[in-house]
Design a protein around this ligand. Structure first.
Ligand code: COA
Length: 384
């Protein structure tokens, strides 16, 4: 088992940030992480920037060099893109660089500035991560694709509209406890039912929002720096599937999640039942139900019951999305995978405040790109 040290973390407020530019968000998170780890900039060997579509959202490409130079760095700097899994995949690139021996200390930043575009243009930008010829060309967007997954799950397993809504209710409850969350208001099942229809059966409150934000994490060799409350990244899994839904054997599971999770569990030598909390990719309420099943937290088809029975609430057997998830904390797409890691570190350092999971030793983060074409799973362990 490998032990990569999570030496420092940083995160900006998530939400509409008209007064800050893309680079300012990235630098704010990065400086927090450096301060947190007490590491100097010149100790960084490599920078990885997770970002999905800064060119379309803000007109700015070439983020590796841009953000490195803003930080005064001339080291290796690489932008990593895998749609909404860009942040998670950037963490994996740092993990691999550290294991390869080419680096001792890597800074990973996830950043996206989406709110500068009107919603219709933001949705088209996001749809570039779907299959252009077979999906987006015909007008299908991500809410539409996930609505099809929801319909099929309801048809095959009897998952109810209320069970979907309960995911949003829980994540808003958790988000209300997170100072950086985009939405801190609590909602009810009725609120979800009464919110505007987006793509049947999904309403506005079943969707993650459009968000600006950045998160950063410093990953180092185990003994690179002395940390009072060390947290380790102990496993990384990554798999892909067809981008287009029609090429998949099943619409009720994300094969890439199952494969990435299997790799991560094997590498960490743990079982799903060893996980104490998880941050999963709830871009739409159905996505969290699929994640419970594909990550092995419950049997296939039982995800609806898992949320209905309260298993994934803060007081449940396996709290999920203590940050508020993508739904309430917000979903600045390239930053999300890194935000999940920041939440895992906060939980394992026992610094999560009112949303602390008591006694947590193992956390899992699950970051999905598109409608499941990319999945990255990481496992984090308390080291003290
Ligand atoms: N959850 C909760 N509230 C939301 C919200 C969401 N997802 N999206 C918007 N709101 C709120 C806004 O804050 C605003 O509240 P206010 O009137 O009190 O200010 C109100 O709803 C209307 O906001 P607006 O920006 O006009 O919404 P919209 O109709 O333009 O966009 C969605 C709503 C759901 C279409 C948009 O958030 C969306 O496309 N989400 C999906 C993003 C996505 O696909 N991500 C990639 C996943 S793979």
């Amino acid at each position: 088992m490998h032990k990569i040290l999570a030496a420092g973390i940083g995160i900006t407020k998530f939400g509409e940030q008209w007064e800050k530019s893309l680079r300012e968000l990235a630098i704010e998170a990065a400086l927090q992480a450096l301060e947190d780890a007490q590491i100097e900039r010149n100790q960084i060997d490599m920078l990885f920037v997770g970002n999905m579509s800064s060119g379309r959202f803000t007109g700015q490409e070439h983020l590796g060099a841009l953000i490195a130079s803003e930080l005064g760095l001339s080291c290796s700097a690489t932008r990593v893109e895998a749609a909404c899994a860009s942040g998670g995949l950037a963490i994996r690139q740092a993990y691999l660089a550290l294991l390869s021996g080419k680096a001792e200390c890597c800074l990973v930043i996830g950043v996206e500035k989406m709110c500068d575009l009107p919603t219709n243009e933001a949705i088209l930008t996001l749809a570039a991560a779907a299959d252009q010829e077979w999906e987006a060309y015909y007008g299908v967007t991500f809410p539409g694709l996930y609505a099809m997954l929801a319909r099929r799950h309801m048809h095959e397993f009897g998952t109810t509209r209320e069970q979907l809504a309960l995911v949003a209710v829980k994540n808003h409850e958790h988000g209300s406890l997170n100072p950086i969350a985009q939405f801190r208001n609590k909602i009810t099942v009725e609120d979800v039912f009464n919110s505007s229809p987006v793509a049947e059966p999904l309403n506005l409150l079943d969707c993650s929002p459009i968000t600006d934000g950045a998160a950063a994490i410093l990953l180092c060799k185990e003994n690179f720096v002395k940390i009072e409350k060390p947290v380790y990244l102990i496993a990384s899994g990554h798999a892909v599937d067809s981008i287009a839904l029609h090429e998949r054997a099943s619409l009720t599971e994300l094969k890439a999640t199952k494969l990435a999770a299997k790799q991560a569990y094997e590498e960490a030598r743990i079982k799903p039942s060893d996980v104490d909390f998880a941050e999963v990719h709830d871009c739409f309420t159905i996505a969290e139900i699929l994640a419970y099943e594909d990550l092995g937290f419950c049997e296939k088809g039982k995800g609806g019951k898992f949320i209905e029975n309260g298993e994934s609430t803060l007081k449940g057997s396996l709290p999920v999305n203590t940050s508020g998830g993508l739904k309430a904390c917000g979903h600045p797409v390239g930053a999300t995978g890194v935000k999940q890691a920041v939440e895992a570190v906060l939980q394992l350092r026992e610094e999560a405040g009112e949303r602390q999971v008591k006694g947590a030793r193992i956390g899992l983060t699950h970051n999905v790109g598109g409608s499941g074409a990319t999945c990255v799973v990481h496992i984090w362990e308390k080291g003290y």
